[in-house]
Design a protein around this ligand. Sequence first.
Ligand code: ATP
Length: 201
Amino acid sequence: MKVIGITGGIGSGKSTVTAMIRDLGIPVIDADEISRKLSEKGGKVWQAIYDSFGPGFFLPDGALDRRALAELVFSDGDKREMLNRLTHPLIRQEVLKRIEEIRRKGLHRIVFVDVPLLFESGWDQMVDETWVVAVPENIQIERLIKRDGFTVSQARQRIRSQMSLEEKCKRADIVIDNSLSLEYTREQVLRQLEQRVQEGR
Ligand code: ATP
């Protein structure tokens, strides 16, 4: 079974592409969803953040105050590093567990792992192949304004806090260009998947 890591930049269309892949019946393990689950009250990530960042980042009902934490890590690179060092190994462990579950069932030739920080957190070394969903920065900004109601400068700040899409494209095995129609994006995804299936024969 081939494990493909898929990533993008904020708003570049990773969720759009992974939805297409899921529609084809190919499993996609979502690292963000796992992270959210482990961050629920009492979860492993919740506990680790509580122990290191303190009660200031929690709401009165004990839930993680995501907004406060996001504000902190978007403006402070060291804190972002610290949070990543704390949470990534816990998320990695759970993702690996799910890959093994799918492998054991023996029903799929390909599994995708959707990881926003694929290259930054070393996931690229743990998968067989990497895909990046990319668009030029002006389109990224346009879509973020439309989707999230960001101002241009908020969108830029979010984009700049990540590794550039250009750098991700250089490192990727496959780049999916999502700057044009959804149909064009789907064609590229199908073409790549067909090749993988043929290679596997
Ligand atoms: P994030 O990682 O920030 O959640 P993402 O990479 O998953 O973002 P999407 O949510 O898939 O990105 O796409 C961002 C926005 O752009 C969405 O509103 C989506 O509907 C829109 N979009 C995605 N692909 C296209 C396309 N080819 N043409 C027009 N709009 C698109």
